[in-house]
Design a protein around this ligand. Structure first.
Ligand SMILES: Cc1cc2nc3c(=O)[nH]c(=O)nc-3n(C[C@H](O)[C@H](O)[C@H](O)COP(=O)(O)OP(=O)(O)OC[C@H]3O[C@@H](n4cnc5c(N)ncnc54)[C@H](O)[C@@H]3O)c2cc1C
Length: 393
């Protein structure tokens, strides 16, 4: 083992960054700086629940709690904007600099509007806890107002986030009405997608079952439709205009512009993700790793992939330090579990598709497995149980 302490700087306090830091926590010969522009970790898989009345405390875990026992991990609240790979140095947007021996980037994604006119200014998103709380306020406002005609909610994007959110709204409308002792308001939820089926990343049989369930919940699904622009109260589409009291965009995400602004260190591939070599390193620098949503790997875009990547990179760093063989990265196929309304989910594990309560039970186990990565068992159970209850509005 080399005597010199390896200074690892990790950028991003989400799935990939936090997991990598935890894997290196208290490991001899390593010092870690975890730099994030957010003081807490966010579990995005539970965002849809926060949008419809569940506790945001199920989504956020303070970084200081996660690392309370980690002696060699320093948490720094900052936003990284620049890298000088030759000098092994990062700079934040406010001018602070950080030197590194190895750096791991895991800065996650943000909404991608694909340049469609008016979408950003006229729609809400569910990309993080702040945007989700804003969305929830808008939903509650609409469901509580004195308008007598049905509330029209258009969700653009029938991937997992759009489907999960759409399917919960009818139930949420009843909850809001009960809390304010009013009759439930009629709600029309319209799910729009350019694809020919909902959940297009799943097998067609899984999409079909999810589609049927959405229909049973009263969700209107419009497929094969391109959104051309959004205006106040209106979605303009290839098939005509759609009036909406609330427009929600869940149709795409992309990595931060940080990578395109540093082209001497990163080459971009699919969807603006960074092309990495077989060890998840930037093709320009052996000391720069990119993981999770930002890396152009086969299953990028899933929390499970970010966790797998983080484990792989930290193990590689530890093995290299001990003079052991560093294996090449192998992508791991994730399981897909999407809820479609209360206590119902569609799960795809390999070629197997499970739906209903069975799917829901898999989803709950998957949620718990996520929390166990970041919290001691008893704490993880407490956080996990928050999903069973709706909070006050
Ligand atoms: C609504 C929604 C639902 C989802 N549901 C699921 C699901 O059910 N199952 C699943 O597997 N995946 C799901 N995902 C995807 C999953 O959340 C991501 O794949 C995962 O978070 C990727 O991890 P990451 O570490 O790459 O990025 P993230 O977890 O997003 O972490 C990125 C971190 O970087 C920080 N950061 C960003 N820019 C900077 C900067 N310049 N400087 C410093 N810090 C910065 C951010 O604040 C954040 O802390 C969902 C995503 C969304 C949006």
């Amino acid at each position: 083992m080399s005597d010199k302490t390896t200074k690892v700087v990790i950028v991003g306090g989400g799935f990939g960054g936090v997991k990598a830091a935890l894997e290196l926590a208290n490991k001899p010969g390593f010092s870690v700086q975890l730099i994030s522009n957010n003081s807490h970790f966010e579990y995005h898989g539970a965002l849809y629940r926060s949008a419809v009345g569940h506790s945001p405390m199920e989504v956020i875990i303070p970084l200081k709690d996660i690392f309370s026992g980690a002696k060699n991990v320093e948490i720094i609240l900052d936003s990284i904007g620049f890298i000088d790979a030759k000098k092994h140095c990062l700079a934040s947007l406010t001018g602070s600099t950080y030197s590194y021996d190895k750096v791991i980037f895991a800065m996650g994604n943000k909404a991608n509007y694909f340049g469609i006119k008016g979408v950003e200014s006229h729609s809400e998103e569910m990309q993080d806890i702040n945007s989700t709380i804003k969305l929830r306020r808008k939903l509650v406002g609409l469901l509580n107002n004195n308008q007598t005609k049905p509330v029209r909610i258009a969700i653009i994007g029938a991937g997992a986030s759009g489907v999960e959110l759409a399917a919960e709204i009818p139930n949420f409308a009843k909850f809001v009405a009960k809390k304010s002792n009013k009759k439930p308001k009629p709600v029309k939820v319209i799910l729009v997608d350019g694809s020919d089926r909902v959940l297009p990343m799943l097998k067609p049989t899984a999409s079909k079952k999810a589609g049927k369930r959405l229909k049973r919940l009263g969700i209107e699904v419009h497929l094969n439709i391109q959104v051309e622009s959004c205006k106040s109260g209106k979605v303009c589409m290839s098939a005509g205009n759609l009036g909406a009291d609330l427009i929600i965009w869940t149709a795409g995400s992309k990595p931060s512009e940080f990578y395109s602004k540093n082209p001497d260190v990163f080459t971009l591939g699919r969807g603006g993700r960074v092309i990495v070599d077989e060890y998840l390193r930037s093709t320009h620098s052996r000391n720069v790793y990119v993981i999770g949503d930002n890396a152009d790997t086969k299953y990028s875009g899933m929390a499970q992939t970010a966790l797998h990547d983080a484990k792989y990179v930290s193990e590689s760093l530890i093995n290299a330090k001990h003079g052991k063989l560093v294996k090449k990265y192998k992508p791991r196929k994730p399981i897909y579990v999407t809820t479609v309304g209360p206590k119902w989910a569609v799960a795809q594990i390999g070629n197997k598709v499970l739906t209903g309560r069975a799917g829901w039970s898999i989803r709950r186990q998957a949620d718990l497995a996520i929390f166990k990565n970041f919290q001691p068992y008893k704490e993880a159970i407490k956080t996990w149980r928050k999903a069973d209850k709706m909070t006050k509005l």
